[in-house]
Design a protein around this ligand. Structure first.
Ligand code: SF4
Length: 70
């Protein structure tokens, strides 16, 4: 998978607080594999980091919404 994050400092994608995830989210917004990346993280229940433009908190919210509409 050739993500836009390739070669960047990985610490950007593991911010201490969700509120500090803006830089990572901007990179993901330009990424050609954003949806694939997010789907992977959701399927794997990834606990840490920004994946597909979503923080762990964002992913929990997405999973909650999916459960509700299922
Ligand atoms: S969407 Fe995934 S692959 Fe793309 S920049 Fe973000 S973390 Fe990297």
């Amino acid at each position: 998978m050739l993500g836009a994050c390739r070669g960047l400092d990985p610490t950007i994608f593991y911010p201490d607080r969700d509120d500090d995830a803006d830089v990572a989210k901007q990179v993901c917004a330009e990424c050609s594999v954003q949806q694939t990346c997010l789907d992977y993280a959701l399927a794997q229940r990834e606990k840490a980091g920004v994946w597909g433009g979503a923080t762990e908190r964002d992913r929990r919210r997405i999973l909650r919404q999916r459960r509700r509409s299922a």
